[in-house]
Unconditional design. Sequence first.
Lengths: 333, 100
Amino acid sequence: MAHKVCLIRGDGIGPEIVAAVETVFQAAKIDIDWIEVQAGLKCVEAGQPIVPDETIAKIKEVGLALKAPMTTPIGKGSVSPNVTLRKKLDLYACVRPVKSLPGVETPFKNLDLVIFRENTEDLYAQIEYMATETVAHSLKLISEPGSERICRAAFEYARKNKRRLVVGVHKANIMKIADGLFLRTFQRVAADYPEIESWDNIVDNQCMQLVTRWDRYDVLVMPNLYGDIVSDLAAGMMGGLGLAPGANYGDKCAVFEAVHGSAPKYTGMNKVNPTALLLSSTLMLEHLGELDKKTAIEGALSATLARGVKTYDLGGDATTSGFAEAIASELKG
Amino acid sequence: MMTLHGVDVYLNTPQTPDLPKQIGPFELNLISNRGTRVYPGPAPDLVLGDCPRCRYLSESEVTGEQVDELVAHLTGLGWKWVKCQKLFRKDGIDQFSQPY
């Protein structure tokens, strides 16, 4: 029976990288019933919210979505479609695997990390005020339930995937109350997983250690803002945002997405790297229990990169569609 | 020059509070929990904290005394507030953010 998945084709280069994923999925003979839902600039231009209520309701009903990048309009009252989805669907766990790929040369050999970013609170609660004419307040909201479920998600992932270490990342030396609550919660949850090694680290030190001793680390868990920054740092270590997959999990649904933007200046040029969305879609296959298909696609991607077929961002001249066709050929071969 | 138009009152309660829709010149504009709007609906299906933010707003300018009276009214109804933040506008533009 076909798996039902909601599909958001996105803005800018979104539709092109979605088409690349469809090419690869067809070659891999994956039976997906794509249910197209609307979100992004087209909705705003039609006078609708950037993520209409019908889209939220459909993703809740289906429980799963694959999402290409969308553009956040600039201007008063504009909201991020990505943050809207995370908030309205309570997708509290942003999971960003960061792994070296064959044929992608970086100074960081044998990189293999998984970053768990809390996705719904912290400074992203978007509670801001001008308190006086000259002073702005932005409220950092950390809750015990919010911290507990992201830490537990990280440890559960480590247990399920036989990972050896979970590190809690914070700035509790300065934000002793808010980050202190996150740290205490991390330590309490860690005690429930005695077979998994754990320690905590201050976020600035963690950034330094990632680029000097990345092989020490395994699973990292942190509040929202640090997760935003550290996961992009780690994506750069992997070779760039064009390669980095992402998944957002809640208790009732999951949304898989490339973490890069919609790159409007490359729209229609058949130029950008579809790897990030393709690897996000293989995370989705894992979520669906299609592990053989996941392994086959990732193997075909690795083989394609290893024989030097690359898009411009990796120094190659393959087009988006050409790169997808090359992966499809590996699967058919 | 900023003008005063309302107040965000953070209550200590485990559920979305059933509050008066109007108090003096103020209307209940929204309630959010952990930064996400839960009133008016549709309320998303999310984990709630015990500190909802209740926003009372007035289109016309109000006084600090009227804000004090609103907060005292809520206290009189038995609600326990933990934090209040006055809401200003400048040149007709809100000087406070909107929740998702």
